[in-house]
Design a binder for this molecule. Structure first.
Ligand SMILES: [Zn+2]
Length: 117
């Protein structure tokens, strides 16, 4: 692990700690006075984790798609085709996400293909 990765890990740990504190404050406000059942703590905490997962997946997929922008040869005819990012809804294990992926379309063959495939 290099120095930059260490800094990123520390930044993530800091931000997660802040997010956990804010999420706990929101729970406390919503639950009011009294002792909540543990389910009332666990379930909303898990939902926050799923939201974070959805955001990471969407951000990372967009970054990868943008790196693949440019030109690519059609696997059938070899014609250079422009690679463009497209968006679609996907159901991830943590819920729906807006996924950005790179797709190229060959007008000659009338087919689309994915540069990552
Ligand atoms: Zn083609």
């Amino acid at each position: 692990m290099d120095a930059n990765q260490n800094l990123l890990d520390e930044k993530l740990a800091d931000l997660l700690k802040q997010a956990a504190e804010v999420a706990a404050q929101i729970q406390a406000k919503e639950q009011g006075v009294g002792t909540p059942h543990f389910d009332q703590i666990e379930i909303p905490a898990h939902e926050v984790g799923q939201r974070l997962s959805q955001m990471i997946q969407s951000t990372r997929a967009t970054d990868v798609a943008l790196q693949q922008a440019g030109q690519m040869k059609c696997p059938d005819c070899g014609k250079e085709c422009r690679v463009e990012p497209t968006r679609r809804q996907v159901h991830s294990m943590d819920g729906p996400i807006e996924l950005t992926e790179s797709v190229a379309h060959c007008r000659r063959c009338r087919r689309s293909f994915f540069p990552s495939a």
